[in-house]
Design a protein around this ligand. Sequence first.
Ligand code: AKB
Length: 332
Amino acid sequence: AQQALLSSPGCGCQPLTVAVRSISFSPRQVTSDARFKRLTKRFGKNNVILSDIRKPPSNVYHSGPFIYSDILDYKNLREIVVNNRITWLVHYSALLSAVGEANVALARSVNITGLHNILDIAAEHGLRLFVPSTIGAFGPTSPRNPTPDLCVQRPRTIYGVSKVHAELMGEYYHHRYGLDFRCLRYPGIISADSMPGGGTTDYAVQIFHDAIKSGKFECNLRPDTRLPMMYIDDCLRATLEVMEAPVDTLSMRTYNINAMSFTPEELSQELQKQMPELEVTYDVDPVRQAIADSWPMNFDDSNARNDWGWKHDYDLPELVQTMLNFFGAETR
Ligand code: AKB
């Protein structure tokens, strides 16, 4: 049977990492009941192991195993993999773009040293490894509209640099040691059951929380900042689909995936169709704006669609409706 592991950097700014006696997921995307359900339904409750260096937040429900795991402690990782007969590792631990700029040393350590440990463990134990990359792996000299899989990648954040490094190292280990490395470049991920975690696309999550709580939202990006985005269910389904894709369908090991692209203004307008009283104002954060201005506006994911059949379910109207339903918001 497959056994997966999920683990977290434990720094309070990003999700856990989970290991299924085959899989490990990022804390933020996997800490909810719904997240675990997708995995546990597929692999069995006791075969998905969530891990962190901290206790799970109180909103995290996972009736399967939760264990201490530190991605910076190689011996600890090895013990977990051996003792639990892990076969897949889904490695989500990372500091995101904005928080990474505020703490470069920690980002370097978690995002780069942590990745090295994960790669070595996966290669040593023949694990199938998933590591998410991001639209943040592109930079101001990349084509932005659209951004293809293969083009110049010169990001200007430690987060982006660490993710280009992860893509290249994973592919290198694949060619050099036969590691079954698979990687998707995620757009901004939007989910209702986890709080924003230090990213540049966080406004698209925060707007829902603030709209429900106060009917007001102050956006830290310009109204016309266009970025690729995806609802969490599409993201998790894409991740499982690429992990399970037959090897001969994969013409590459790192794929762009996308669902939609919108600006803060377009998201606000869609939300205002349901909540006409919502007030949106703008107070631009220059650090986040500079990051967003260097990222893709539209993401070309045609290789994922052609190779292993990627297809998103949620566009902007469905995303907004689903988020509001989740919060039980009173809408028009
Ligand atoms: C961020 O904004 O840093 C992340 C990402 C797009 O990778 N959400």
